[in-house]
Design a protein around this ligand. Structure first.
Ligand SMILES: Nc1nc2c(ncn2[C@@H]2O[C@H](COP(=O)(O)OP(=O)(O)OP(=O)(O)O)[C@@H](O)[C@H]2O)c(=O)[nH]1
Ligand SMILES: [Mg+2]
Length: 424
């Protein structure tokens, strides 16, 4: 059973590259049964180097070419690439209405072909940033065409822009992309650039992280969830016993209409050189993940003053935990279950004795929770204020997106999601 990744724009392609690289690294560590399970899910075997099950899309060729040409022991399929010569200029409307409509069929055809090569296609995953023009606009258009034309669950892994502005249109772009993706996808895993940056500085000791470091953090979190799992007591010598947490993520976390947002906490996050000295027990890791989730804060500055019954806690709709490493069968995970928080709370967990990324133990929790509320509320407020004065809207009008698209579609749809999460 396989997953196809559709990588869009600069960020989507760079993050996708890191994700496949991180998965490939796993195949070199844990023996052939595990390696085959990773390959079956995410790579195609056609002789030679394993080929990532990915479609690479950008409206300018530079980043995609860099991904294709990087030295690596696996490869991308050059036939599953779609590039043009002119980017979308950080403008959602240009990406969605111009490039998205013009290239809809040719892109869908590439995505469909990649999907048809899988024996069983379990899902597709879109990787993109919310704030640019191509990942956001073309990405929204591609998500809609996949959801209309292909019968496959669709998950997004999306990068939220830095809270301190980069490009002037980023708030509008983000609001428009989210409004479209919450309709067209089954769930959206959010990676905030603020968090990726903060984590690279504070957990990996990188003074001035660049996108490579930040994507390493996001990709490692993704693969710690989605790499296959061998249940305790089951031999990992044959890939037939592998399970993939993705199925549970889809069924537990993405089944509630109106609650589309997923967040990830994972412990520990350490540089490769520190990992060999790390000896956190399962009790410590579980406690830290539970506290990060309850307080909606991140290591190393976890807020320990919020409790699971505090009014200000981060209420959680549902969670999937993945524990990888030595003696995980003995871990007590009761703190991760948060039952009191939601009337139909769902929890599932996977345990696998195999080490992940040279961590002796790794605990990752992916949840559908209120973690999105603050950034989403702030985004909608800021964007709404800008739109009241008509600021910058001519950039969208120029490419056929009228003000009403924001006022009567995007804002109401995001307001509804905010309302849903506030009322958990
Ligand atoms: N984490 C991370 N963020 C990125 C990366 N590349 C760009 N970004 C962020 O993505 C946003 C800009 O989007 P891009 O992905 O560069 O834009 P694009 O989709 O290529 O669209 P256009 O260039 O406008 O056609 C900003 O918020 C950047 O901080 C990356 O590799 N990793
Ligand atoms: Mg670009």
């Amino acid at each position: 059973m396989s997953t196809v990744c559709v990588q869009l724009g600069q960020c989507g392609n760079q993050l996708g590259y890191s994700f496949f690289n991180s998965l490939y690294q796993e195949t070199t560590r844990n023996g052939p049964g595990f390696g085959n399970a990773v390959f079956n899910s995410f790579f195609e075997d056609n002789g030679g180097k394993p080929q990532a099950r990915a479609v690479l899309i950008d409206m300018e060729p530079k980043v995609v070419n860099a991904c294709l040409n990087k030295e690596k022991n696996w490869k991308f399929n050059e036939r599953s690439v779609f590039c043009q010569q002119e980017g979308s200029g950080n403008n959602w409307a240009f990406g969605y209405n111009v490039h998205g409509s013009k290239y809809r069929d040719v892109i869908l055809d590439k995505v469909r072909k990649e999907g048809e090569k899988c024996d069983i296609l379990r899902s597709m995953m879109l990787l993109l940033s919310l704030a640019g023009g191509t990942g956001s606009g073309v990405g929204a258009s591609v998500a809609e065409s996949i959801s209309e034309e292909l019968q496959v669950p669709l998950l997004g892994a999306v990068v939220w822009p830095y809270s301190f502005g980069e490009v002037i249109l980023q708030n509008y772009n983000t609001a428009l992309t989210l409004a479209h993706l919450i309709e067209a996808t089954d769930g959206l895993i959010i990676f905030q650039n603020d968090w990726l940056h903060y984590t690279a500085v504070n957990c990996l000791s990188v003074n001035s992280p660049d996108f490579t470091h930040m994507n390493g953090v996001g990709a490692s979190a993704l693969s710690s969830i989605f790499a296959p799992v061998f249940p305790s007591g089951v031999s990992s010598s044959s890939s037939q016993y592998a399970q993939n947490p993705l199925q549970k993520v889809l069924s537990n976390l993405c089944s509630l209409p109106g609650y589309p947002f997923l967040n990830v906490v994972t412990e520990p996050i350490e540089s490769a050189s520190s990992r060999e000295f790390s000896n956190d027990s399962w009790a410590t890791l579980v406690k830290r993940c539970a506290q990060m989730q309850v307080s909606n804060t991140q290591a190393p500055n976890i807020n320990w003053s919020v409790h699971s019954d505090s009014p200000s806690r981060n209420k959680t709709v549902s969670s999937v935990a993945v524990l990888r490493g030595r003696e995980c069968a003995s871990a007590d995970t009761s703190q991760l279950k948060f039952q009191e928080n939601f009337h139909c709370f769902k929890y599932a967990e996977f345990r696998s004795e195999l080490e992940f990324a040279k961590y002796e133990r790794k605990c990752t929790l992916i949840s559908n929770s209120q973690a999105i509320l603050h950034p989403l509320d702030t985004l909608v407020d800021k964007t709404f204020e800008m739109s009241k004065t008509g600021a910058y809207l001519h950039h969208y009008n120029k490419f056929g997106i009228e003000n009403n698209h924001l006022l009567e579609f995007a804002f109401p749809s995001l307001e509804q999601v905010i309302f849903n999460y506030k009322n958990i």
